[in-house]
Design a protein around this ligand. Structure first.
Ligand code: FAD
Length: 480
């Protein structure tokens, strides 16, 4: 008799989305994450929840249509995490011609027929505000609507909802060994203790670790795919607008510059063909210099390597943009489903397909249109939520209310409760992280260590002084 119907290796967006879908269909699910939820690809994500305009050049019309439909579903399911934004692509004399891109965007608008977001347009950068931070030599740009997403919180809240529907979510639990017969017998190193788990089916959703898990845990031939690296830097805000700038670099790579947690700008790009351990990836001096030079080609304010307050790199296996899903089902042997990569927008649908392919349930798909925790408000009512939070808890500053609504949506009351003042929320770490919020994150959102709070449940690590981080670590150790 198996302990669970499905065991999943990997607490990234693919793993938690499958756990969520499967638990909601009544299956017994166990998700194993060796470190913290969202500590892999999501931690280095470009934050783009989009149809990917660049796919137009490759003629991937159906793929874009599907991605845009998923983007719009996500905007409604998690309007606190997924925010609409104008994407601005300045036309550069040496790059793709404006007329060609304009025609493409005309098609892009029509591929999201039910979207309520504004349509694309050509901007005259000499008069439009989007031109203010850009070099004067740039005269025109294309602008269209897409979304940004806080991917680490998307991972965490998907896991929270999966757990509410019965999934067991084990963090700090590494799947070390798996033996396959009619069932899977897994050996898990769970926070230092060895445990055995029997599962009817296994999902390998270990992202950049897929090859290593296939080889050393599942004793299979390695998955054939090369590792791609994405490097990013965070600098103090270099523009005042909510727009996402997409910049065509002279080597034809796209660089993105995104407003990041109010006071910062995230600048990133992707590069290909790396080898090695995904856990050991880092943004090197060359990556940082490259990103600074690319951004300085467009923005009036020069970006220097010394401006980087944070640098991060993440790895993923190079796959088709929709990802790869491979089902290994042999007579008398428990099934193995390998799920690699894919876009952020496509994760919900991929999970739906994954659970259907495993065939362990006849219950229908249910996640399209279901809100994630805190997401039960209208996608265009974010500012109203901030305002009503300030009315209910008048001691909140606008900045604090905004951060809490962005993180918790309508669940903000789980953090603030009946507090009448900041003092009611207990000790403070940095500007506005309170003991009450940390306790909530530990109890409800699987946070164990200071970095779980500072980098995956929030990005407060960008601003929190060292002594406060240390105090937070001590507080969490004593509270656990
Ligand atoms: C740097 C980067 C930027 C991206 N940006 C975008 C973007 O802007 N827009 C977009 O649409 N898509 C983007 N993507 C793609 C998208 O974010 C990912 O495809 C998506 O997050 C799915 O990741 P995953 O769940 O497959 O892997 P991961 O998030 O990496 O999760 C895999 C997890 O498996 C765990 N694990 C590994 N081995 C074991 C083991 N033995 N036992 C237990 N756990 C284990 C790891 O610790 C890790 O947490 C990006 C991808 C990367 C890498």
């Amino acid at each position: 008799m198996a302990d669970v119907d499905i065991a999943i290796i990997g607490g990234g967006l693919n793993g938690v989305s499958i756990a969520h879908d499967a638990a909601g269909r009544g299956l017994r699910v166990l998700l194993l994450e060796q470190n913290d939820l969202g500590g892999g690809a999501a931690s280095a994500s470009a934050h783009l929840m989009h149809g990917n305009v660049i796919d137009l050049e490759r003629g991937h019309v159906l793929r874009i249509r599907r991605a845009l439909a998923e983007r719009d579903l996500a905007l409604r399911a998690a309007p606190h995490l997924v925010r609409p934004a104008r994407f601005v692509l300045p036309a550069h004399a040496d790059e793709r011609p404006l007329a060609v891109m304009r025609a493409g965007l005309y098609a892009y608008d029509r591929l999201a027929p039910r979207s309520d977001l504004p349509r694309s347009e050509v901007l005259d950068l000499t008069i439009h505000e989007a031109g203010h931070p850009l070099k004067r030599s740039l005269r025109q740009a294309l602008a269209w609507s897409d979304c940004t997403v806080d991917e680490t919180r998307l991972v965490v809240l998907t896991a929270v909802d999966a757990a509410a529907r019965g999934a067991a979510i084990w963090t700090g639990a590494r799947c070390a060994w798996a033996e396959r017969s009619e069932v899977w017998r897994l050996t898990v190193v769970n926070r230092g203790r060895r445990e055995s788990v029997v599962a009817r089916a296994l999902v390998n959703a270990s992202g950049a670790w897929t090859r290593a898990v296939a080889e050393s845990v599942l004793h299979l031939p390695p998955v054939q795919a090369s590792l791609a690296k994405v490097s990013q830097i965070v600098v103090r805000r270099i523009f005042d607008r909510d727009d996402v700038y997409l910049l065509q670099n002279d080597d034809h790579r796209m660089i993105y510059a995104i407003p990041y947690h109010r006071d910062f700008t995230l600048i990133g790009s992707s590069e290909r063909g790396l080898a090695g351990d995904p856990a050991a990836l880092s943004a090197g001096a060359d990556d940082i210099a490259y990103l600074c030079a690319a951004a300085s080609r467009y923005f009036r304010e020069r970006v220097e390597p010394s401006d980087a307050v944070h640098a991060v790199a993440g790895g993923h296996l190079e796959t088709a943009r929709d990802g790869v899903m491979k089902l290994d089902r042999k007579r008398g042997r428990a099934p193995l489903l390998t799920v690699i990569g894919g876009s952020t927008a496509g994760a919900r649908r991929r999970a739906e397909t994954a659970v259907a392919r495993l065939g362990k349930t006849t219950l229908p798909a249910w996640t399209a249109g279901a809100p994630l925790p805190g997401g039960d408000f209208a996608w265009d009512a974010f500012d109203d939520e901030v305002e009503s939070a300030r009315q209910r808890w008048p001691f909140l500053t606008e900045r604090h209310a905004w951060r809490l609504v962005e993180a918790y949506g309508t669940r903000i009351d789980h953090v603030l409760g009946a507090a009448k003042s900041m003092d009611d929320l207990g000790a403070r770490f940095g500007d506005d992280l309170t003991a009450s919020e940390v306790r909530y994150l530990m109890k409800e959102e699987f946070a164990r260590f200071a970095n779980d709070v500072l980098w995956r449940r929030s990005k407060l690590g960008l601003t929190m002084p060292r002594q406060d981080r240390e105090a937070l670590e001590i507080f969490m150790a004593s509270a656990s």
